[in-house]
Design a protein around this ligand. Sequence first.
Ligand SMILES: [Mg+2]
Length: 224
Amino acid sequence: MSEAVSAPAVVAWMRAFAATVAREREYLTELDAAIGDADHGINMERGTQAVLAKLEGASAAGAAGGLGPLLKTVGMTLVSTVGGAAGPLYGTLFLAMGTAAGEATELSLAAWAATLDAGVAGVRARGKAEPGDKTMLDALLPAVEALKSAAASGLSLEAALQGSVAAAEQGMTATVALVARKGRASYLGERSAGHQDPGATSSWLLLQTAAETLAEQEGGGTTP
Ligand SMILES: [Mg+2]
């Protein structure tokens, strides 16, 4: 187990996310069909497959250029390929994470929490959404808070990532009862209640695959 997030770990994360999105495409589409326009599964699959193609053999290059450029490459690719509302939002997540990560080649748990925090703040600003609006933020924000408190408590990276998934899952499940106040689902008003938010669901999958991969890869450099 590694105690720092490395570029190879981020590449492994993106591979796992693409595989998971491909496997869950129909599920995401069903969720979006209920309160949106039934394209979230196919949009996310197109974007994550494009990221895969972009990162083909990028493990070493990413490590050399640092985590910032790697995360920004992911963000740019998602912006230009996902489409819908999710493209700019997922793109912003990774672009803002890339800015926060800068030239670092490895990030400790505390630094990783700060990086994800910056990414989620970017999503929040871009989407002008608040917690409880029934969006991807409802999964992402609790996950960031869990990571930050795990870092403050001195937990291992692996334990912290697992805790963030549990927090995201709780947030995602809580979107079922919510009335949407952002995005296409908000047009349904009260009728949006009773359905789980597709964006919160794909965000939970993103965090789930992070927990499966980010602590698994040893970095190339020295871990402080
Ligand atoms: Mg849609």
